[in-house]
Design a protein around this ligand. Sequence first.
Ligand SMILES: [Zn+2]
Length: 451
Amino acid sequence: MSSILLKNCLYIFVSADEEARRGEDILIRDNRIAKIDAAISDSADRVIDCATGVVIPGFVNTHHHFYQTLTRNLPAVQNAELFDWLVYLYEIWKYLDEEAVYYASLLAMGELLKTGCTCSADHHYVYPQNVSGDLIGIQFDAAANLGMRFSPTRGSMSLSKKDGGLPPDSVVQTEDQILEDSDRVIQQYHDESELAMRKIILAPCSPFSVTEKLMEETVKLGRQYNIRLHTHLAETRDENEFCFETYGCKPLQLMERCGFIGDDVSYAHGIHFNDQELQRLADTGTHIAHCPTSNMRLGSGICRVKEMLPLGINVGLAVDGSASNDSSDMLGELRNALLLQRVHYGAAALSPLDVMKMGTENGARLLGFEKVGKTKEGWGADLAIFNVGKLEYSGSLADPLAAIIFSGYNHGTEYTIVNGHIVVEQGRLTGFDETEIMNKCNAISAKMLNA
Ligand SMILES: [Zn+2]
C-alpha cells in the first residue's frame, strides 16, 4: 500500500458547499483520501510540505479534441468562425495517423495535468480512411503513461459533403463501421467501477456531420450498455440554420426526435437555447459542457450559464479542442468562465466558488464519476496543489482559493496527484519526458501542415 502525506496545507478546498480547511494535513492511502486532520502523525512513503499550497480536488475537463493540439494557432483560421474554420482544418486533419494521435494525446493531457486537471474526456471523431489502428487504445496508452483518469468519447462522422454535411469524404466512416467499433471499445475498455481510470462515452460529432439515423442508433447502443452520450449542440447560429434547412427543426428538437436527451447526455457548448429549451434541459437532467475560451475565440456567443445554474442544469467546464482555444489550460478555463459571464450579466454573475464547483464536482457528475471532484475522506485521491508562495500571488492571499482564479498568470500546479500517484512534481510531468513530447509534436505538426 502506498501513501502520501500532505503536511500543513495552507488551504484545502473541500467542495463548494462545505467549509474550507486551513493548516491541516491530508493522508492519501493507495488511490483514496484516507484522512484529513490537524497534525496527522501516521508515517507515509512520501511527505510533501504544503505550507504555501492551495489544495483542491483535481479539475475535470468535460470536452476536448486532443488531436487538435497539432493544428492550433494556424494563421489561416486565426480569425475564422466555426464552419469556415472546420472546413479548412478537415483538409489537414485527414493526415492524422496513429503516431500523431499518440503524441497529441500526450501533449493535451500533459498540459491539462500541469494546469490542475486530473480527469478528462476527449472527443475524437476524425477517423481518416487510411488509418486502421485502435485510436482509442492508443489514447488509453498515452493516458496510462501520464497517469491521467481518462474518459474518451468515441466520436463519429458519417455525413460528408456529398450527402449534405460539412466534412470531406476522406474523414467520415459508414454507420456500420462506427457502430461496430463503438461496441468494440465499450467491451474492450469501459470500466464501471467507482474509481475507474477508463470510461467510454459515445459521441456522434454534431448535427452537421452525422445522420439522424446514426444519432438514434448511438442512443440505442449507449443505453444498452448504460454508457453516457455526448455531442456538440447549439454552438453557432450557422448550426441552427443548417438544422432548419436539413431537418426542418432546431438542434434540440432534432435531439428530442432521436432520444438524445436525458441525465445520461451532455452537450458541448449549448449557447443558442431559448427559455423553453433551457427548461427542457433542466426537466430532463441533460448536462452542459461549457467551453468559454473556445466560444470567445470563435466568436460563437455566450452560454447562458448564469441562467442555467438556478434552473438546476448541471454545467461542467471544458477547454474544448486546442485548435479553438490554442491551449489546454484548465485553470485558465475557470478564469475565463467567470469573466465571460460577467461581461454579459454583471460582476455578481459567477463567483470563484461557482466556477470551482463547475470545474470539479459538476464535471465529475457530467462524466459519471461518483467519487471524484471533492476533497473528502473515502473519495478518489485526485488533487491539484497550487503554490501561492510566488510573486504573482503576493498581496492576494486574503482569499487563497480565489487568488488562483483572479491572480497569477502561470497556471501550473506544483503537484498534481491522480488516483494516489504524483503525476506532476514541482511543475513537471513525472510520466513522460516533456522535451520528447514537445519535439515530436512540433515535427508531426510541421509534417501535417506540409503534406
Ligand atoms: Zn468541440
